[in-house]
Design a binder for this molecule. Structure first.
Ligand code: FE2
Length: 113
């Protein structure tokens, strides 16, 4: 989460190599996931309707950021994208074994036949 004590903590003293950029994107994804976790905890911890709505909206924007970063990672690292696809395929097989039909949004957008 935030580390305000050191304003230079995120600085990189030079341009990153592609491999370093890929690592940085993984770190960015972890930061977005942590933000989602914290915002969601705050949504669950308040009954104030406005605060709940605003914080939930921000939480959902962070989810979109995860999608953007994963898409970027897939483009920058096609081999990693193959691993993602492998994992998606394994879950799809498990769904079929358990005779579970995912909701249309998931089926159409996330798991390819
Ligand atoms: Fe974000």
């Amino acid at each position: 989460m935030a580390s305000f004590a050191n304003p230079f903590a995120g600085n990189v003293p030079r341009k990153m190599t592609k491999e370093e950029l890929i690592q940085a994107i993984r770190l960015n994804i972890a930061g977005e996931l942590e933000a989602i976790f914290v915002y969601d905890a705050h949504v669950q911890a308040t009954d104030d309707p406005l605060a709940k709505k605003v914080i939930a909206d921000i939480r959902d924007e962070e989810k979109a950021h995860v999608g953007e970063l994963i898409t970027l990672l897939r483009i920058l690292d096609p081999e990693e994208a193959e691993h993602f696809a492998e994992g998606e395929g394994e879950v799809k097989e498990m769904l079929e074994q358990l005779n579970i039909t995912p909701k249309p949004h998931f089926k159409n957008n996330s798991v390819k036949d």
